[in-house]
Write a protein that binds this ligand. Sequence first.
Ligand code: UDX
Length: 434
Amino acid sequence: MSSARIVVVGTGYVGLTTGACLASLGHRVTCVDVDEAKVARLSAGRVDILEPGLAELVGRGLAARRLSFVVGAREAVATADAVFLCVPTPMGAGGSADLRAVEAVTDEIRDTVPSGCALVTKSTVPVGTARRIRALLGRADVPVVSNPEFLREGTAVADFLGPDRIVVGSDDEAAARRVADLYEQLSAPVVVTDAASAELVKYAANCFLAMKLSYVNAVAELCERLGADIEAVTEGMGHDRRIGRSFLKPGPGWGGSCLPKDTAAMVRFAEAAGYDFTMLTAAISENLAQRERVLAKIAGAVGGNLSGARVGVLGLAFKAGTDDLRDSPALAVASALFAHGAEVTAYDPAVGGELPGMIVVDDPYQVAKGADVVVLLTEWNEFRRLDWAYMAELMVGDTVVDTRNLLDPHTVLDAGLIWQGIGRPHARIPVALR
Ligand code: UDX
């Protein structure tokens, strides 16, 4: 399909990226949202999401009249070749995905969606949702297709336009192929399958990544106990092509808008299918244990008691390159420090405003002022370039807890401070890793 008429419902993170990128591939895209003010802002080219390249793509799409924003899906879908559902599927009761937004859109477009138009789920939805939507829609002439997204925040546009793979699944194979054709300009492997398999790919992939990270964090813990260095261990593991080098970085635990939600949901639907997914529940528990270990490390740096300790926090976003605080391990650790009685001053290059339990400042050096300990929680590159000698002067205490192993330990040590990473010996860093 060289130029298709596409409607994208939901202009959140996934929807806006999908809409703007599909328009850049030459399709005519109408993005729909219920929020009138947001539609007005987007129509004027104003993008509130921090995502490299997205605002430019939206601007280009608007200028070329290939991209538009409207309120209300009912009318918008009337001439569509494909409708992408990109509405939120938050974690609902007991960890299962809340599908009310998907169901509301299905209801709204039931009578207006044209015959043969593919209804595509892009949001992460539990296995079986495509079939459920088809039943709910009650239209045999409208195929439902699952086309999961694998976008990472911070690189969403690049991930969309240069994907590792495209996965499209439907019980109507011809419809799945039509949706796959929308991406024909992208040179990526295409997996065309049934709806349930496509839906499961997304969970299987994200949960695998979560398990990989929990595993790395657990090995890092073992490194500390055995006097080994996780950076050397993961370097040695990562060269094995079956393992790969990415997603091997220890940290304060994994978070964000996807991994916590998807792991909880997969445990839930596995359970509903009669399978106790203990590997995954262990990965989730390990993630919480990692936060506790980080807290204990910080407490250790201030003599064992956090109550009354002044803690300077560098980084609040769930990872670098985003201002997203959803399920952020950094924010969780900062909040837990406050709950244990610490006075928390925090800086994040992308996060401002007020947050409960801490003072958010707009200068990284302010977090060091009078701090008993400085804790680095998000791997922003700019933290590497801080003047650590000056940080040391401002601090009262002498320890930097670097939960991302981001800093060069020697720079910190040379500033007269103690550096503590995750899974690394802090007294002795092997020459080869310098
Ligand atoms: C993730 C998936 O990667 C993506 O494919 C999916 O579509 C959405 O969920 P995202 O939530 O943007 O993307 O974050 P990601 O880059 O995967 O990081 C997830 C968490 O793992 C973050 O908290 C990050 O800090 C942590 N992480 C990641 C590590 O601790 N170490 C690593 O090596 C990589």
